[in-house]
Design a protein around this ligand. Sequence first.
Ligand code: IMP
Length: 195
Amino acid sequence: MFVKLLAVRAKPLNSTPAADADVGPVLFSAEQIAARVQQIGGEIERDFAGSVPLVVAILKGSVLFVSDLLRAVDAPIEVEFLAVSSYGSGTKSTGVVRIGKDIDREISGRDVLIVEDIVDTGATLRHLKDYLGQLKPATIRTCSLLVRSPVGSEHEPPDVDYVGFEVASDAFVIGYGLDHDQRYRNLPYIAEFLV
Ligand code: IMP
């Protein structure tokens, strides 16, 4: 029996889907993201030495980031998922944070690391810290792939312990987990969304 092998041509990692006029310039390439995720993984490994951190990954935007980040930590680590929404289908935060799917177990006494996709006004992160704080973890630290630059923004950004990259206050971004109206999460890079 003959097995026909198909040659699959890999798409260039940073190619923009030609048909999508909404996808703007690439801000962070797949290679830049991968390198930064490795650095943050190393920092987490060092900072949490002697503890088994419990990552609380915020759905859906952090899914790609957290799956790479977990693999960048060469030490015991656990993960839970929690779903929130604050954006609806637009590009401006509604300011109302709704918790959808909750975490599935106790976090009391644990060293918790909240992992977010992007911190914009900070309302979501503040809400999550308050919510998880009531469940009596030993410590809560925060990690976000992106934070919106405070320059030109009317919001006071919250402190984030681990930050991947900063984006301009007026850029709505998509890719590597971040969406616009549920689309573009699968882009391997982060690009500006052309509103
Ligand atoms: P915040 O509560 O204003 O900090 O908004 C944080 C949440 O808004 C993030 O978890 C994202 O889901 C969403 N968000 C904010 N900016 C962007 C963006 O540029 N692209 C995609 N989602 C965004």
